[in-house]
Design a protein around this ligand. Structure first.
Ligand SMILES: C[S@@+](CC[C@H](N)C(=O)[O-])C[C@H]1O[C@@H](n2cnc3c(N)ncnc32)[C@H](O)[C@@H]1O
Length: 261
């Protein structure tokens, strides 16, 4: 990220998400999410199609469905780490659910200013400003009212590639330290692959995000990722009965659901 500036990649993701169909829910305020995203998108132009669009669409569906599924199953705490302009706390707001958004102070400040200016109610969201490199995320969550005795859903979407490996390990370890048994953590990981075309796609991704001043740092192999997750206290979890087909594409793209080990 450029010092003192909100994340440009987060703004582009928000702009791109406006083009996607989202998982429906009988609660929440999808219009509020769209109002925020349109404000963020401004004059940003995003592609109509391409591998990155396909990737973001699958990623969005995957995380949407996990949120709706968790709420339907009675989860009452949702943590959005590296939230950026993710508007799920608005889209899927529901009575009695507490949302915690953790993000770099520069991005979070900009988001909160927009929410206020747009008159969007965020009283159900606890904001925790934290630079994952230097700030204690677990302490910040607990101080913000996170209840470590209640199960939670934790989202870590679209940030792993930007964090040095020890920083990512520390973030996951801290999240584990506050997550009650039965909690789930969903993460998108960018791993090296031998599939045809994957090196070219990865090179294009690296060049694009570097041009926004947010170079990706970590390249994980599948084995390296498994090791890192296990050492951080997490283990692979099933996504839920009857959902395997819907998630298959997402799984191969590197989205994973984890449970406390
Ligand atoms: C590509 S955006 C993804 C945003 C959001 N999760 C989404 O999918 O829409 C990356 C996010 O990571 C955050 N981020 C990057 N480096 C960070 C750090 N060192 N500490 C905290 N947040 C960071 C940025 O502020 C930004 O919100």
């Amino acid at each position: 990220m450029r010092a003192g500036e909100a994340s440009a990649t987060a703004q582009r993701v928000a702009a791109q998400r406006l083009r996607f169909d989202r998982a429906p829910a009988p609660y929440g305020d999808p219009d509020a999410d769209d109002v925020l995203a349109r404000d963020v998108a401004g004059s940003i132009s995003v592609p109509d199609a391409g591998p990155m669009v396909d990737y973001l669409r699958a990623r969005t569906t995957f995380f949407d469905r996990l949120v709706v599924g968790a709420i339907d199953q009675g989860v009452r705490q949702v943590v959005v780490a590296a939230a950026g302009y993710d508007g799920r706390a608005l889209r899927y707001r529901d009575h009695g659910i507490r949302w915690f958004e953790v993000d770099h102070p520069d991005t979070q400040r900009d988001k909160r200013e927009r929410l206020d200016r747009l008159g969007l109610d965020s009283s159900h969201i606890a904001f925790v400003a934290a630079d994952f490199v230097t700030d204690p995320v677990a302490d910040g969550l607990v101080e913000a009212g996170f209840d470590r005795d209640h199960v939670s859903l934790i989202l870590v979407e679209g940030v792993a590639a930007y964090l040095e490996r020890p920083v990512l390990a520390s973030l996951l370890h801290q999240l584990r330290s506050v997550a009650a048994d039965g909690s789930r953590l969903a993460i998108s990981l960018s791993t090296t692959s031998t599939r045809p075309g994957s090196e070219e796609r990865r090179a294009a991704f690296l060049a694009t995000v570097a041009s926004y001043g947010e170079p990706a740092t970590a390249t994980l192999t599948v084995d390296g990722a498994t090791h890192l997750l296990r050492k951080s206290g997490w283990t692979a979890a099933p996504v839920g009965p009857g959902r395997e087909d819907a998630f298959e594409q997402a799984r191969t793209a590197g989205f994973t659901v984890l449970a406390p080990a």
